[in-house]
Design a protein around this ligand. Structure first.
Ligand SMILES: [Fe+2]
Length: 284
């Protein structure tokens, strides 16, 4: 079995809209107003025993803006903090598309922390808004940008590396997957906003790639088959495996152009990384 997944019921946050369109939005947003916590246990063949049980919280596609205002983001930040993950990662599209979204994001997540740090990459909407503003909004919240950069963590003499690559849509030099291959003798985690980047990340030795971008389809009749995101990628949501390389795609917390979700509720993802032996003993 690839993974165990457990969901907690979402909490609601009051939002107020007026008029008939407002009532539509009210229904769509309050129904899924706060993300649920998706608990996922991943069995990773190459994970060293020293890192067994590592809890990584993934927050993706926040899309700070009119449909993800400061108050909502502050509630998500509180949810995230209560989960006490050792490592927190933001996997892009923190901003929706307006310059003012940067302040909404940084105020919403201001002060978020984790023992191994809070790290963030950029998505296509971050570049669409402004690359420099998007980087600054991460920094203002106390989140460390990891854009074509790697960082290493050591436990019992065993090193785990985290590489964040720039988005495929970057107006700059684009994602530098070669950084992953440079992390020799480590367990290699890659952050890449668009799941299509997994192919390159895995080819460069990423054991686990974390992505977002799809919103789980956002408007989805079924999880994977009758799903809008299938037009762009076959990696829509959840865990995927190709030999010993794994991909996890978060449905994210926000909305893109259409401020509604159907069949793809928002989520934050608490990933527990397990070695095969520990995973077997846990599920037995
Ligand atoms: Fe997005």
């Amino acid at each position: 079995m690839l993974s165990m997944i457990r969901r907690q019921r979402p909490r609601r946050v009051p939002l107020r809209f007026t008029g008939s369109l407002g009532r539509e939005l009210q229904g769509g947003l309050t129904r899924h107003s706060l993300p649920s916590v998706r608990h996922v246990s991943l069995q990773l063949p190459h994970l060293p025993a020293a890192w067994d049980g590592l809890k990584v919280l993934q927050i993706s596609d926040v899309h700070a803006g009119p449909f993800a205002p400061v108050k909502r983001l502050q509630l998500i930040r509180r949810m995230a903090q209560d989960l006490e993950a050792e490592l927190v990662v933001f996997t892009g599209d923190q901003l929706d598309r307006r310059p003012s979204d940067a302040e909404i994001f940084s105020r919403g997540f201001d002060g978020i922390s984790a023992p191994l740090g809070v790290w963030g990459i950029l998505g296509n909407h971050d570049h669409l808004t402004s690359t420099s503003l998007a980087v600054r909004s991460l920094e203002s919240a106390g989140i460390q940008p990891l854009v074509n950069q790697s960082v290493q963590f050591e436990r019992e003499g065993v090193v785990l590396s985290l590489t964040g690559v720039d988005d495929l849509s970057s107006p700059g030099e684009g994602p530098d997957f070669s950084l992953i291959a440079e992390q020799e003798n480590t367990f290699r985690i890659c952050l890449c906003h668009q799941p299509e980047g997994w192919i390159d990340a895995a080819a460069r030795g990423a054991h686990l790639t974390l992505a977002g971008h799809t919103h789980g389809g956002q408007l989805a009749l079924t999880t994977r088959r009758l799903n809008v995101a299938r037009v762009a990628t076959r990696y829509i949501a959840g865990p995927y495996r190709r030999e010993n390389a794994f991909l996890y795609v978060s449905r994210g917390t926000g909305v893109g152009a259409v401020p509604l979700r159907f069949g793809a509720p928002p989520e934050i993802d608490l990933l527990t990384l397990r070695t095969p032996a520990m995973y077997r003993s846990r599920v037995a």
